[in-house]
Design a protein around this ligand. Structure first.
Ligand SMILES: [Zn+2]
Length: 364
């Protein structure tokens, strides 16, 4: 089981040089076409699902449920990025848009499946390739959840943790809320008393909402955007806040969401409307996930390296599957710079992680 690094690099180059921003479904589909051709060569059965997701099945059938592998073909990078960030190797790093997040993860799965040489695990392997992870997975979420219900374990090939190369055994839940304050406009000089300031209520709410954070429990709340008012000499009739919520547990996510929805204005003439909610539930490191992680640690040790496990703040499609089926995340390619100009994969570390994934697919 020796990953063919030059072939992996060539495969990665082919995927990276097809730019695939989430906003261009045709471009994302071109990446999927390349992956689909490879999946068929490996003996996979390809099936398009509504909304642009593709499903590849390897030896799926019979009594046992398959292992589910989650991949996404979209990136955060707009067309033209390759002009400034071409695919290139520098030392033991491979740079380019979407290398680390997560086209190298896709290549790793294909090479791991290839290394099994048709000896599929009991129940087989089902791979989902989705088009919209970077924009919240709205179209693919139902397929992801349905596939998780029919699977016995889920592997997500998002990259491991930067620097430590640790696997991801939990992720915070992610929520976003919009608060709009509707006050009463009035002339600041002539009739200040007739106005009800939306900005005053919004300002109060900023502090109230941020006080809901419980960093000791992993709950953070940030008002990231604020807008309001129409002119300096008008008591403002409207103001809006946009809030980012991260929570490690379902209970904490619900506590904050309920408190935000229950906000009451100090001035009863101001009305508050709340939109949004928890987009991705918390991925809590349950016993099933920890058991998968234990297997991964044992396998890595047998292969001659150590692999850690961390709970991280960012979300992935693993947040949707973890409440349903034991999920292990971060099984993609080591590197750094997701969504940043220095995005890269670490060539010295990548083969080890592909060997780990191969063994997990073959043995779990
Ligand atoms: Zn990703």
């Amino acid at each position: 089981m020796h990953p063919d690094l030059p072939a992996m690099i060539a495969d990665l180059r082919a995927l990276v040089e097809i730019e695939s921003p989430s906003t261009d479904p045709a471009a994302v589909a071109r990446v999927m076409d390349v992956v689909e051709a490879r999946a068929r060569e490996l003996g996979g059965v390809a099936e398009p699902l509504p909304g642009g997701t593709r499903q590849f099945s390897f030896g799926v059938g019979g009594e046992e449920r398959p292992i589910l592998v989650l991949t996404h073909a979209d990136t955060v990078w707009p067309h033209g990025t390759l002009g400034e960030m071409p695919f290139r190797a520098e030392g033991d790093r491979l740079y380019g848009p979407g290398t680390y997040d997560m086209k190298a993860g896709i290549v790793g799965v294909l090479h791991a499946l290839g290394a099994l040489e048709g000896r599929w695990p009991r129940g087989g392997v089902r791979m989902l390739l989705t088009p919209d992870e970077e924009v919240g997975s709205r179209a693919s979420r139902p397929h992801i959840e349905a596939a998780a219900r029919g699977a016995r374990a889920v592997f997500v090939v998002e990259p491991p943790v930067t620097d430590t190369h640790a696997l991801k055994i939990g992720r915070k839940g992610v929520g976003s809320f919009g608060l709009t304050f509707h006050g009463v406009a009035s002339h600041t000089g002539n009739k200040p008393g007739e106005g009800a300031s939306a900005i005053t209520e919004a300002a109060r709410a900023v502090l109230e909402v941020q006080a809901l954070a419980r960093p000791d429990l992993g709950t953070t709340v940030s008002v990231g955007m604020i807008r309001g008012g129409s002119a300096v000499n008008v008591i403002p009739a409207e103001a809006t806040l946009e809030i980012d919520l991260r929570a490690s547990t379902v209970a904490e996510g619900e506590r904050v969401a309920e408190a935000i929805r229950a906000l009451a204005p100090a001035d009863p003439r101001v009305q508050i409307t709340v939109t949004g909610g928890l987009n991705r539930p918390p991925f809590e490191p349950g016993p099933g996930t920890l058991a998968l992680f234990g297997r991964a640690q044992d396998i890595a040790r047998g292969l001659g390296f150590e692999v850690g496990g961390e709970v991280v703040g960012g979300g992935s499609d693993g947040n949707f599957t973890a409440p349903i089926t034991p999920t292990l995340d971060g099984l993609g390619a080591p590197g750094d710079g997701a969504h940043a100009a220095h995005e890269h994969v670490r060539l010295d570390r990548w083969p080890d992680h592909v060997r780990l994934l191969t063994r997990l697919l073959g043995e779990v």
